[in-house]
Each structure stands twice: as structure tokens, then as C-alpha cells.
Design a protein around this ligand. Structure first.
Ligand SMILES: C[S@@+](CC[C@H](N)C(=O)[O-])C[C@H]1O[C@@H](n2cnc3c(N)ncnc32)[C@H](O)[C@@H]1O
Length: 258
């Protein structure tokens, strides 16, 4: 991972509270699909952040352990989900014994992992037949106004993995084969599930402000991007007044350990 990627990957902690308040959780059907046929109930939420995915997993009855490298994100997770076991660690150094979990899930986080190191490490903590799945909440840019929002936001505000048209290609480029090759994991499968988040124009601006591209922008460029987004939402009929459902999909990329 280069210096720029490292800066992006470690940008979230400064906004941990806003992150917890404004980022969406995950479509339960997507989480169920990710876990289908896992050999048991124990799930590692890797890069767990403030616990958005851990919360959905716990609600579905999984036995969750969360691992997160950023101290501020981890503190927020422990505050929000005191019953979830939460550990400091990273995808490249997972603080768990061999064959300990039946599934490893990562919500909007797998693209930050150095899969050449993280792949063998994930394989180590997975029980035989265990599942590795990445989940991404993406904006559904097949909806007209979302495509408009993407245009005014610019590439940094809404990155290529954040919209439907590009997430499949972007996640495929994670090269899960690098995680240990066909010898370690079976073929990747992908699926998308409808999801939504109730927002107002102002709370959507706050949500977009927690994206890595925004968090790492110089102050002036960030304010200019947020200003363009605010103006766009004010003049768009679907978003100008009151609450609306932000059209999203939870995309899942899943492989099974051989
Ligand atoms: C966009 S946030 C997603 C957080 C949470 N999973 C969610 O769904 O809201 C990405 C998270 O990945 C974490 N992260 C970055 N690099 C990581 C790594 N190498 N190993 C594990 N987690 C990492 C960040 O600290 C951050 O909490």
C-alpha cells in the first residue's frame, strides 16, 4: 500500500462520532447471503469501525468478534455495542487463534487490506469450509438523481467503489486470488441487495462528509465539494424538502475456504 492509500485507510478515526451517526448499516438479506452455509455461528467483523456491521450481525444471532485498528473507531464501537467482543488489530495481524471463526466479514473495509498479507492471515483464523465476504454499501446510480449527485461530487467525494456501476469491477480488482490463490479459496461469487437510508439533504451532506476521499481533502476543496452537493440537493425535487430514502445497494463478494 502506498503512502496515499495509508492516509486514506487511517482517515476515519478523526470522524468516529459523525461516522457512527451518519453511515448506514447493512441490508440484513445481504448479511444472511454472505453467511449462508458458514460451518458455524462465530463471525469475525474485520475492520469493524464503529460497529455498523457488527450490530447487524448481532441482531441476526451471530456470535460476533470485532477487530479494528483505529483507537477512536474502536472506542465508539465499544460504547455502542458493549456486549460485542472488540479487539485492537488489523487484517494483516488478526489477534485470534487458528481456525477460530466460521466466517470473516468486512463492511466497506476490504479494499483497505493488503490482501497479499491479509489473505493468508484470514485463511489462518478461518475454520475449514469458512466464508470470507466483503460487503459494500453503494449508491444506486441507476437512479437519475444519484447519477447527478455523483457528477457534482467529483471523483474524490464519491469514489469508484461507492456507486453501483463500478463496484463489481472495483471489487473484482481486489484480486481475491492474491489472498492465497485457487488453492486456498473457491471461486468468488457476487450479489447485490436493495438497501436504503432515511436522510434529509443536511444529513446526506454529513454522510458524504465521512467518506475517506472527503476526510482527506484540503479544507477549502472539501467545503467547495460539500457546497456543490448542498446546492444540488436543494434544487433536486426528490431531496429538496424533508426526508427521503437514499437509494442504495449492499453488494457482497463471497468466497469459501477449501
Ligand atoms: C469505511 S470504514 C468501515 C467500518 C465498518 N466496517 C462499517 O461498515 O461501518 C473502514 C474501516 O476499515 C479500517 N481499516 C483500514 N485499514 C485496515 C486494515 N488494514 N485492517 C483492518 N481494518 C482496516 C478503518 O480503520 C475503518 O474503521
Amino acid at each position: 500500500m502506498g503512502q496515499d492509500e495509508r492516509v486514506l485507510a487511517s482517515s476515519f478515526g478523526a470522524a468516529a462520532t459523525a461516522y457512527a451517526e451518519h453511515r448506514p448499516d447493512y441490508a440484513p438479506d445481504a448479511v444472511r447471503w454472505a453467511l449462508a452455509a458458514a460451518p458455524g455461528p462465530r463471525v469475525l467483523d474485520l475492520g469493524a469501525g464503529t460497529g455498523k456491521l457488527s450490530g447487524t450481525l448481532a441482531a441476526l444471532g451471530a456470535d460476533v468478534v470485532a477487530v479494528e485498528p483505529d483507537p477512536a473507531m474502536l472506542a465508539e464501537l465499544r460504547r455502542a455495542l458493549p456486549s460485542v467482543r472488540a479487539l485492537a488489530g488489523s487484517a494483516e495481524a488478526i489477534p485470534l487463534p487458528d481456525a477460530y471463526v466460521d466466517a470473516v466479514l468486512a463492511g466497506n473495509a476490504m479494499h483497505w487490506f493488503d490482501m497479499a498479507v491479509a489473505g493468508p492471515e484470514i485463511a489462518r483464523v478461518l475454520a475449514p469450509g469458512g466464508i470470507l465476504a466483503g460487503l459494500w454499501n453503494v449508491l444506486d446510480d441507476r437512479v437519475g438523481w444519484i447519477a447527478g449527485l455523483e457528477r457534482v461530487s467529483g471523483g474524490e467525494a464519491i469514489g469508484p467503489r461507492d456507486t453501483f456501476r463500478s463496484w463489481r469491477a472495483a471489487t473484482a480488482s481486489l484480486h481475491l486470488p492474491r489472498a492465497g490463490g485457487a488453492a486456498r479459496f473457491g471461486s468468488p461469487e457476487q450479489a447485490e441487495f436493495a438497501h436504503g437510508q432515511l436522510r434529509t439533504a443536511e444529513s446526506l451532506v454529513a454522510t458524504l462528509g465521512t467518506r475517506a476521499g472527503m476526510l482527506t481533502m484540503p479544507g477549502e476543496a472539501r467545503e467547495a465539494a460539500l457546497g456543490r452537493i448542498r446546492a444540488f440537493l436543494a434544487q433536486t425535487p426528490e431531496t429538496a424538502d424533508g426526508e427521503f430514502a437514499l437509494p442504495m445497494l449492499t453488494g457482497v463478494l463471497r468466497v469459501r475456504q477449501r
